[in-house]
Design a protein around this ligand. Sequence first.
Ligand code: NAI
Ligand code: MG
Length: 323
Amino acid sequence: MKIAILPGDGIGKEVIPVAFDMLRLILPGAELVQVDVGYERFRREGKAMTEEDIDLVRSCDCVLFGAITTPPKRDYRSVILTLRSELGLYANIRPFKSSAISPFKVDFTIYRENSEDLYLGLEDVTEDEVRSTRVITKKASERIARMACKNPGLKKLTIVHKANVLKSCALFRDCCIEVAEGLMVPYEEMLVDAMAYNLIRCPSRYDTIVTTNLFGDILSDEAAALIGGLGLSPSANIGDKYALFEPVHGSAPDIAGKDVANPIAAVLSTKMLLEWAGKREEAEKVQRAVDTILQERIFTPDLGGIYKTSDVKHSLLKLIEAE
Ligand code: NAI
Ligand code: MG
């Protein structure tokens, strides 16, 4: 198995090495191919990612990605958005499951449409006005709805939209309902503002949420707060043949370079990679090690602890070695 490792920028360069060392222990036969992409490279070399980089990534079976900095500039395109579209990764799957330390009892997954909406980059930029085009298609909406309906933990599908205002959302809603009815999956629908409210008010009511790209982006950071923070929240970007795994968080410039970033989101993203690759036993090993670290309160500062990224790494590798 050949895995592309893209640490990216900021804390991506601190949390991915933890996952990298863990992977070397857990999958000694895997070939790990490191590729440097991101804004730091752009500033050094004028390019955030080249065609050759994308070809190299494509030659691997899947990707482990850290995080990249995307400056809010009108002429810069995000590396992760380029990768998601180049690699056909149309489903962004984000599980949120309470651990021993979570403030709430929750266990739900957000299925975020990952290929269209306002993230297509269709933006007409002039000095005085910018028009961003939102595209929602039947094909992409049905595809993400079908994937959400296959969630093993599904009891009821919650379809999140803003169809009372946006025609594009009405299409998304109709497609999701048609798929759910076709597969005889129980469903409800919810306007995105009400969903933002209810996720805080009664998060344990949900198990499978399907929504459009921008709404899924926002709701998943909110959901991360329910389980203890972005430092604990992994994700998978899935296509038909290829997949990319990354923590939900970004490059966190406010804490980068201090050895305090929580690597668990990156480690749990690696667990999702192992599951995707059919390595169930290895994935369970990772989960057990993470559970022990949390039970033993080996916490980085985001969880109220005093431990460093490197401390968590040492504990993790020891636990994996001892298995
Ligand atoms: P962020 O997710 O990087 O950070 C938000 C807050 O959470 C910060 O206070 C940060 O310190 C904290 N945090 C995040 N991950 C953490 C971890 N593992 N351990 C401890 N604390 C953690 O979001 P922000 O600050 O809005 O964005 C920073 C940069 O990251 C921007 O350039 C943005 O475009 C980019 N970004 C990239 C993403 C990606 O690569 N997929 C996703 C989100 C943002
Ligand atoms: Mg986000």
